[in-house]
Design a protein around this ligand. Structure first.
Ligand code: NAD
Length: 282
């Protein structure tokens, strides 16, 4: 049975075939070609099977987001399949899963590699979405330091004194800072490399979203997360489908005037912190 006779299809590349990423892709993938990249072969097999049996056209590639050459090969593979219309990056690790160096390499440097590599292959009118986090709003980086970060190439980010001295203190700090830097990476790309290709790029910053990654966080620091969620206006965790709803909007044509910015989707956690309704324990 041939499900789709169209040969020339727009390409959606997803780096990090996890919960939120696959939920976003499902919203926009009909009639398009999906390229999934992930470090886990098991994950790739499972997710591509689910996509295939839901009627989607899918290919996979093992990618390590920590390695520049691997991410570049992924972007080239995407371009070889057709016009790269959408790029979504959700490859990440959370504070209780690993150490500060790994978080910074993956969530900050790895994201930078991906934004740089896809900034060379995006089709005109294309759009990118990077999954940051509400934690990107929890530690305000001084203005001068942000300027320094904006002027530093991806390969040199780990050498910055601010990263070595402040971000490396513990995994929580590393995560907050990496996720704020995602906002800056997207801002810079939107104004430079992605602009040159007439493509848009944004971040979303999810709050507490129930996924396997979040389960690891709850197991290690459940009480803190519970208090944070209870203090929020929504008084509940979010779902990957709610992030996908916003992601589909930001990637779609109705968001044609939105680039270089972030959408916070946190059920009101940051509002509770900023107004003193919830005191953050760092
Ligand atoms: N779940 C939450 O509450 C939450 C909240 C805010 C932000 N986030 C962020 O959202 C993103 C996605 O999270 P999720 O909850 O969907 O998690 P998930 O664990 O379902 O997805 C993450 C994916 O990244 C892949 N990955 C990990 N290391 C990789 C590497 N080196 N190379 C390639 N792929 C790699 C994993 O195999 C996994 O498929 C992460 O960046 C996370 O930090 C999550």
């Amino acid at each position: 049975m041939i499900f789709d006779r169209n040969e020339k299809k727009e390409v959606i590349a997803l780096l990090g075939a996890g919960s939120m990423g696959t939920a976003i892709v499902r919203r926009i993938a009909a009639g398009r070609k999906i390229l999934l990249g992930d470090i886990s072969e098991t994950n790739l097999e499972k997710v591509s099977h689910d996509f295939q049996y839901s009627g989607y056209d899918v290919e996979t590639m093992r990618v390590n987001a920590l390695e520049k050459s691997s991410v570049e090969a992924f972007a080239e593979k995407a371009a070889s399949l057709g016009d790269v219309k959408y790029f979504i990056d959700t490859a990440g690790a959370s504070p209780h899963q690993t150490d500060p160096a790994h978080i910074l390499h993956l969530d900050m440097v790895g994201t930078g590699y991906a934004v740089d590599a896809f900034g060379k292959v995006m089709a005109q009118g294309g759009a990118g979405l990077i999954i940051s986090s509400q934690t990107g709003y929890m530690y305000p980086i001084p203005y001068e330091t942000e300027q320094e970060i904006l002027n530093t190439p991806t390969e040199k980010l780990m050498d910055l004194p601010f990263i070595k001295e402040t971000a490396m203190q513990n995994s929580g700090w590393a995560y907050m800072i990496a996720k704020r830097i995602n906002h800056l990476q997207v801002m810079k790309a939107a104004a430079t490399t992605w602009k040159a290709r007439r493509a848009r790029i944004n971040t979303v910053s999810p709050g507490v979203i129930v996924t396997p990654l979040a389960y690891d966080e709850f197991a290690a620091a459940g009480e803190g997360y519970q208090q944070m969620v209870d203090a929020s206006a929504a008084e509940r965790c979010g779902t990957s489908e709610e992030i996908a709803e916003a992601g589909a909007f930001l990637l779609g044509e109705h968001a044609g005037f939105i680039t270089g910015t972030d959408l916070l989707i946190d059920g009101g956690v940051i509002a509770a912190i900023r107004t003193g309704q919830y005191k953050l324990h760092r």
